[in-house]
Design a protein around this ligand. Structure first.
Ligand code: M6R
Length: 601
């Protein structure tokens, strides 16, 4: 939901720095872009609709050491040049970039209009520079004006502001992520060198090529920097908040596309190793989590989108492997579960980004009931990881494509491992997952990929695709639908195999692609019967399974992974969805209307 990037420091090409960094945040929004920079005591702004990746950083050649940039995912106001960030005050001296929603913007806009402010955009954001301008009538202190402004706006926000008459970059956060990258001469936290500058961004990949030393701004905090030092404080009280410098493990190479045309395919292929990385957990920690689940009076698994499908699969893992019932809820619905929560309840939140607004809210609902929260996350240092009582990382490395792929299989692997631990069979679970990882390595060979590409070419003109599965393949059928919908825009729906005959089967026509996800398990024959029912209505049956059956018009072979079948069955679907998008001329990395990290409710 919008990418924010700011730089202040020794470099005199700040405009170029922020444009280049912003390109690494394009997955957060790609409706429009904008840059503001300060040179010769003047704040200049350039913005436009379109993608930041199409902008030449060399075109920002003014000599300056302070600049901010933004890539937008529209919420208030259409996708127009005027609505793109940065937004400025009436006198053009204040420029602001913003991620979030100003909930009371109508009321503030009326108030400011009555005071003579003129608005040019339809955005809620434009309120902010005008409020700062208004505050600057009573103080000369830019940071104080930003602080006072933050106290007037309601809703989630991350803002970065600059001002003609101030040498400072000021940023504040309440609910939307902001991370500081610290550029030091020496580089290492252990041997800190002289400060060369600061990067302020919504996510780490923006500055990963510059530094791996970070400081996290928490909710309700702001920062002020002159490029040589930085001061964190509480927005409300002004009290100073000391911060640690943390060295993160991700590398720039992990965050780059390399030889792949799209991040989505790069990340699909990374599953050759990422599942094994997810399994590489400390046994004692996994046992502690398993114990917490065993002892909790009610465990709830909560996530959004793809992560919520991992939670649903885990419901089957826990039940089949550990004979343990857990509850599953989409995070956006979890608030309504507060009646069931007590201090003895346990909430396991699953999130790749660790920043999803609905998940954060669910977590806070649980915490306010006194319940314990365990987070399973990919992004180290994310808000969810920091706010949880306990956080477990899936070690997938940066996931940049909007469509989640390697994060899902990492989440499934960790959840499966916990289920095995719960059953007192942690070693067995680890062995299974490591074998599965090596089977994935074999499966993702060039011939296999070509085969899926050919299948995508064959069905890319179809209007609908239906996917069925039973047991843990049911959540994978739901996930398959998300994957196909979001990147190819084909109407896709997933069902529990047995449910089709209760209504949806009426939609099957001659040649309708129907994908059956099957494993060699107790529901294998039932799943096959469901596929045969579809075939009898004219369905074109694509079987994804270890064994071939006559009912299949196309068979995509997957290894027999027993309890880890969900992990291997979803991978060919990810590849198929990718090629469906490409065949239809869509960019799978930038699906319309979507953003990687959904930090608004
Ligand atoms: O970062 P999170 O795992 O919390 O994100 C949750 C969903 O927004 C995400 O999985 C979304 O559904 C993906 N676009 C699916 O590919």
């Amino acid at each position: 939901m919008c990418g924010i990037f700011g730089y202040i420091g020794e470099r005199n090409d700040a405009g170029k720095v922020v444009v280049e960094g912003l390109k690494n945040l394009e997955y957060r929004g790609y409706d429009s872009w904008g840059v503001a920079w300060k040179s010769n005591g003047i704040v200049s702004v350039r913005k436009d609709v379109g993608k930041i990746s199409d902008v030449r950083s060399e075109d920002f050649s003014d000599i300056c050491s302070l600049a901010i940039a933004h890539t937008r995912w529209a919420t208030h106001g259409g996708v127009t040049k005027i609505n793109a960030h940065p937004h400025t005050s009436c006198d053009q001296t204040v420029a602001v970039i913003h991620n979030g929603i100003v909930e009371n913007y109508e009321e503030l806009r009326r108030e400011l209009t009555a005071k003579g402010h003129r608005f040019v955009s339809q955005t809620d954001t434009e309120i902010i520079p005008h409020l700062i301008e208004e505050e600057l009538k009573t103080t000369k202190d830019f940071a104080a004006a930003v602080r006072a402004t933050c106290l007037r706006i309601r809703g989630r926000f991350a803002i970065v502001a600059i001002h003609t008459h101030s040498a400072m970059l000021v940023a504040a956060r309440n609910g939307s992520p902001l991370i500081v990258g610290v550029k030091r001469g020496g580089g290492e936290v252990s041997a800190p060198g002289r400060i060369e500058g600061y990067f302020i961004a919504s996510d780490i990949p923006a500055f990963l090529d510059q530094t791996r030393i970070v400081q996290y701004l928490d909710d309700g905090e702001m920062l002020v920097s002159d490029g040589k030092s930085i001061l964190f404080s509480d927005i409300q009280t002004g009290e100073e908040r000391p911060k640690r410098e943390i060295e993160i493990q991700w590398t720039q190479q992990q965050a780059e596309k390399g030889d792949f045309e799209h991040y989505m395919m790069k990340e699909i292929m990374e599953q050759k190793e990422s599942v094994a990385r997810a399994v590489n957990q400390d046994d004692a920690q996994i046992m502690t989590l398993a114990k917490a689940i065993r002892e909790a009076q009610g465990t709830f698994l909560v996530g959004c989108g793809t992560a919520s499908k991992a939670c649903l699969a885990a419901e089957y893992f826990f039940s089949v492997i550990a004979d343990k019932h857990v509850n599953v809820a989409p995070a956006s619905e979890f608030k309504l579960y507060h009646h069931f929560l007590k201090p003895e309840s346990l909430i396991v939140v699953v999130s790749q980004s660790g920043e999803t607004a609905d998940v954060l809210e669910a977590m806070r609902v649980a915490k306010s009931a006194g319940s314990k929260v365990i987070a399973i996350v990919n992004n180290e240092g994310s808000t969810i990881a920091r706010e949880a009582d306990y956080a477990l990382r899936i070690n997938a490395g940066p996931e940049r494509a909007v469509a989640s792929t390697k994060a899902l299989t990492g989440q499934l692997a960790v959840l499966l491992l916990i289920a095995y631990a719960l059953a007192g069979k942690l070693r067995e679970g680890k062995t299974l997952l490591l074998e599965t990882s090596s089977a994935i390595n074999d499966m993702l060979n060039p011939r296999y990929i070509e085969r899926l590409k050919a299948l995508a070419d064959k069905i890319q003109t179809k209007r609908d695709i239906f996917i069925i599965g039973k047991s843990w393949n049911y959540p994978m059928a739901l996930e398959s639908a998300i994957k196909i919908q979001e990147v190819s825009y084909i109407h896709a729906e997933g069902f529990a195999g047995g449910e089709l005959k209760h209504g949806p089967i009426a939609l099957i026509e001659e040649g309708t692609p129907c994908i059956a996800l099957i494993g060699k398990d107790e529901v294998e024959q039932d799943s096959l019967s469901n596929a045969i029912e579809l075939k009898a209505r004219g369905g074109f049956i694509i079987g994804i399974s270890p064994d071939r059956y006559d009912a299949f018009d196309e068979w995509i072979r997957v290894p027999d992974a027993t309890a880890a079948q969900a992990i291997v069955n979803i991978i060919p679907i990810q590849v198929l969805a990718y090629f469906l998008a490409v065949a239809r001329g869509k960019n799978p990395d930038m699906p319309r209307n979507l953003a990687k990290s959904v930090t608004v409710k």
